[in-house]
Write a protein that binds this ligand. Sequence first.
Ligand code: NAD
Ligand code: ZN
Length: 380
Amino acid sequence: MKALVYHGPRQVSVDEVPDARIEKPTDVLVKITSTNICGSDLHMYEGHTDFDQGRIFGHENLGEVVEVGGGVDKIRVGDMVSVPFNVSCGHCNNCERGLTNYCLTANEPGVAGGAYGFADMGGWAGGQAEYLRVPWGDFQCLRLPEEAKSKQNDYTMLSDILPTGWHAVEMAGLTPGETIVIYGGGPVGLMAALSATVKGAAKVMVVDRHPDRLKLAEQIGAIPIDDSKGSPVDQVMEQTGGRGADRGAECVGYQAHDPQGNEDNALTLNNLVASVKFTGGIGTVGVFVPQDPGAPDELAQQGKARFDFGDFWFKGQQMGCGQAPVKRYNRHLRNLIAEDKITPSWIVSHNLTLDQAPEAYQHFDARDEGWTKVVLNPTQ
Ligand code: NAD
Ligand code: ZN
């Protein structure tokens, strides 16, 4: 089959690889019809991780079931399914408590949490390929309505960024009528903004500096905050009568840039602490990788963030962080799409074939204007 294969920093190509196939009775084989490029792929693409050459990217997968193992009794051939990016078994102590983001079976002993096409997440092959093997298929696959075939740009967001944005807002503790500031207007930040709106936020502010991304935030009623035009903290204070936002979400990660050119690998976390009110809550889904060999200074290379814990402590804030447990939210979010309550496809900028993926990676990595979210169809 054809798959997008990693060959070293910023080097990917579409290669012929051995077919994905059923290996265990609980496996499901999915023909991939939508697989997205994610900001998380860029950590590996840029060479900041120990992702092995020869491996396949792709953790945002949707497609049609073409074969099921003998032990699968719920999912059937022909079903359209969304596959959560977390690989999870459904029967370990963490999965039983709903913590599928920290499955104890999907990674090596002593490390919790698995994912498709990721470094350090269990070595599972990704879905930027014609076919994907989904282990524990009955537990993992989310069955989609028939209309998913013609509305793939909406349903494809269920595998990762929509539940992830929702999780950020959930961890921040948002309740209806509150204000929230979201750092990062990339796909994840935009999904957090959409989630906050659906959850009844009185005011949603999105901080970024790319006009196209800020415009997408504005399209769903959020207030765009352009940090190239002055301190984002000051702008949030202005918007909130000097009190700060009730809640905040971090949707950038360790790769945050400062328009002023200062290097601070915890810039967005420190800005959040400053932008959010005393006793407010923060949800951090942006990735802070444990090892970042490409980081500008030694501390960051050790995976340590320059987080100002003193200010955070003084303000008595709370923070949640980590990978999102997609399965906790994807059913409800699927139903909101099915009932036309949300249309997350508004952020899709490109629908491309797998052969066009190497070029798409270049543009998305450069944050080129207009390249917000790329959806690949490997089997069209
Ligand atoms: P992205 O890189 O496309 O978006 C990040 C955005 O942040 C960009 O638009 C950039 O301009 C903006 N930005 C950079 N510096 C900033 C700053 N100082 N202040 C405000 N905005 C700034 O990536 P994405 O796909 O939206 O993903 C965002 C993060 O979420 C990544 O770290 C990704 O790995 C992570 N992620 C986490 C999970 C999870 O489960 N926790 C899931 C998916 C993605
Ligand atoms: Zn992703």
